[in-house]
Design a binder for this molecule. Structure first.
Ligand SMILES: Cc1cc2nc3c(=O)[nH]c(=O)nc-3n(C[C@H](O)[C@H](O)[C@H](O)COP(=O)(O)OP(=O)(O)OC[C@H]3O[C@@H](n4cnc5c(N)ncnc54)[C@H](O)[C@@H]3O)c2cc1C
Length: 473
């Protein structure tokens, strides 16, 4: 298929962003005969994005995607306590496995690492502490999908940043773009449809301050720093509504990860946090550890000082959940240089942590007693016991890990329907405008900070392309 002049051209579909959701949308659109281009602001051959760094597990709410659409839809509903839009949740539940099968047909290879990790991009990236992406699943996926796109007569236009949308002409969207290199050269492309797949806004400090934490400087960017909310802002400027903006997907990490690259994106300490307890600078619990690591990561971000929280546990937890699989904290956290306070008494531990000794002793005693008497759910804050087993904190030596919280992806974003169509504040689709992946909102978040999944949101890329092509799956 001949491509027109790339700087003034007109397309059937323009995709903003060359991560997984953009490349799924673009390949599916090109496969269905649409003249398509991907605009990618990165200039490098292997431009960075979350998809390049990904751990690669395709799951829905930490559930194996093979359990069937009904169970997946129920999991989405339960995890988000009804916050997820029924249409979007239903589409993801219905098409998760179809997405993986479609990727397999594109030549993408998966490995089964057990439990809900039945489809993990090969080769897996979880090789040890620190970042390991080159030649790993996400990197291979992006390069494979780019090769396929070229074979379909389309391409990724690198060094092109989308800036602004104009939807005032019926049937046509005008997109202002800027070329990389600081020349300030701007041009306008046109298309019948635009798919925003720019990864959301985790790396936009001001948007994160506005929606997620009062002090974004004190949370770790556990991502590639390339998802800066451009799509969100340009769509909002033409009337798009947003949903679930206050929650993020992320993990709890050693506070030393703020300055030590070996300590992120792994190991993260979620399995320790959901077994033991989190305390603030006063030695007091402040969140329900039983809600899970992603919930706790958000709770820490919401503290006045997100760098003031610590994880407290005993020897049994350190030797048990601490050694659980997928780059466990024991031994990787101390081996990679992360602080692990260790003491024979809680009073000594408190001194190492810099929290009041009596307060920490009281907090632990109260927790142990509630655990013994079966009254953890009555504690304040409450402690759920149905998801993650609470362990007593009794066996010396005692340990503490100073924490930071890492933001991987924003959960919320542009309000979309089941096909990724971007909706306005009245719930009506903005003609021709779509969002997929991290740019989309409506699947995750809510009061329980319900985490559904990052990669799985590229279902919306697949469906958006099919909707644009009037293809019925
Ligand atoms: C370390 C790590 C581990 C993870 N593990 C998992 C996991 O195991 N399972 C899971 O489900 N999820 C996981 N995730 C999350 C998952 O990888 C992401 O949710 C997903 O890759 C997001 O894909 P995306 O296409 O929406 O965005 P991205 O991959 O972020 O791609 C967006 C692209 O858009 C480009 N862009 C941005 N703005 C513009 C603009 N204005 N113009 C042009 N281009 C633009 C960016 O440069 C980028 O290349 C992980 C993420 C990380 C970082």
């Amino acid at each position: 298929m001949a491509q027109p002049d790339t700087h003034t051209a007109s397309y059937d579909t323009i995709v903003i962003g060359g991560g997984i959701s953009g490349l799924v949308a673009a390949n599916r659109a090109a496969e269905l005969g649409l003249r398509t281009v991907v605009l990618e602001k990165g200039t490098a051959d292997k431009y960075l994005c979350s998809s390049r760094y990904t751990g690669g597990t395709f799951h829905v709410c930490l559930t194996d995607i093979q359990v069937g659409p009904e169970k997946l839809a129920a999991a989405i509903d339960a995890t988000t306590r009804g916050f997820a839009r029924k249409d979007v949740g239903g589409a993801v539940a219905k098409d998760s496995l179809r997405l993986v099968r479609w990727l397999q047909a594109e030549g993408i290879k998966f490995v089964n690492l057990g439990h809900y990790h039945s489809f993990v991009l090969a080769p897996p990236s979880r090789t040890g502490p620190g970042l390991d992406w080159e030649g790993r699943g996400g990197d291979v996926l992006l390069r494979t999908l780019e090769t396929n796109l070229k074979k379909r007569g389309s391409h990724i236009q690198r060094g092109t940043r989308a800036l602004a949308l104009d939807v005032s002409t019926p049937g046509i969207i005008k997109l202002e773009v800027e070329q990389a290199g600081g020349t300030g050269t701007k041009s306008t492309l046109t298309a019948k449809a635009v798919v925003i797949a720019d990864g959301g806004f985790p790396a936009n400090v001001e948007l994160v301050r506005q929606h997620i934490t009062p002090v974004p400087e004190k949370i770790l960017q556990r991502n590639a720093l390339t998802a800066t909310g451009d799509g969100l802002q340009m769509a909002m400027a033409v009337g798009a509504a947003t949903l679930g903006m206050d929650c993020f997907y992320g993990h709890l990490l050693s506070r030393d990860a703020m300055n030590n690259a070996k300590l992120w994106p792994r190991p993260y300490v979620d399995s320790l946090a959901t077994s033991g307890m989190l305390v603030d600078a006063h030695g007091r619990r402040f969140a329900d550890e039983g809600e899970g690591g992603v919930y706790l990561a958000n709770a820490v971000a919401r503290l006045a000082d997100p760098l003031s929280a610590s994880l407290v546990m005993d020897h049994a937890i350190w030797q048990g959940p601490g050694t659980s699989p997928l780059v466990p904290s024991n031994p990787h956290l101390p081996n990679a240089g992360g602080t692990l306070h260790r003491a024979n008494t809680l009073a000594e531990l408190a001194a190492l942590m810099g929290v009041p000794a009596q307060a920490l002793q009281d907090t632990v005693a109260q927790y142990n007693q509630a655990l013994e008497s079966g009254t953890l759910p009555q504690l304040s804050p409450t402690r759920r016991v149905d998801r993650y087993k609470p362990w007593p904190i009794k066996v010396a030596p005692f340990y503490a890990v100073p924490l930071c919280t890492g933001i991987t992806n924003t959960m919320g974003g542009l309000m979309v329907d089941q096909d990724g169509a971007v909706l306005d504040k009245n719930g009506a689709a903005i003609p021709g405008l779509y969002a997929a992946g991290g740019a989309s909102g409506g699947l995750e978040g809510g009061p329980s900070i319900g985490y559904v999944g990052g990669l799985i949101k590229s279902v919306l890329g697949l469906r958006a392309a099919e909707k644009i092509a009037n293809f019925s799956a």
